[in-house]
Design a protein around this ligand. Structure first.
Ligand code: TYD
Length: 132
């Protein structure tokens, strides 16, 4: 799998920390949508789907979680446990978010507006499309 984790520069001083993420500079797409997930449970995974076109960039801005990415050939689990770590999930990569800490706020930046028809929620269907 290509490089998917980025450790962003932390711009900190005595007032606290700041991380800046810019389209086309730190992430490889223009941001059209932002959503965030919180109030999760450690034993309840989320995601478990892929997208035809949507690319995502995930940051645990508070707490921690794990994200397993699967491109059909390789499956890698990443730990997001610092607010300056970003994870790129490309289109046609199956993603599962799991093992959330109670304080986790998972921020997701996306290159497309929400569109239910962009989702692939069946793993066999995901494999069928990859095999085409
Ligand atoms: P869902 O895709 O199940 O979340 P997850 O990827 O974390 O498992 O989304 C939960 C609900 O929110 C579902 O009804 C779709 C809706 N939703 C939007 O309306 N806009 C969005 O951008 C997202 C990601 C979800």
């Amino acid at each position: 799998m290509n490089k998917v984790i980025t450790h962003h520069k932390v711009l900190g001083d005595e007032r606290g920390q700041l991380v800046a993420i810019e389209s086309g500079i730190h992430i490889p797409f223009e941001i059209k949508r932002v959503f965030y997930i919180y109030g999760t449970q450690p034993n309840v995974p989320r995601g478990q789907h892929s997208h035809h076109k949507t690319q995502q960039y995930l940051i645990a801005v508070s707490g921690s979680c794990q994200v397993t990415l699967d491109n059909g050939q390789e499956k890698v689990t990443h730990i997001l446990d610092q607010p300056h770590i970003g994870l790129f999930q490309d289109a046609m990569v199956w993603g599962s978010m799991h093992d959330f800490s109670p304080d986790c706020v998972l921020l997701v930046l996306a290159n497309e507006h929400y569109n239910d028809s962009d989702y692939i929620r069946s793993y066999p269907e995901f494999n069928r499309i990859l095999a085409k």
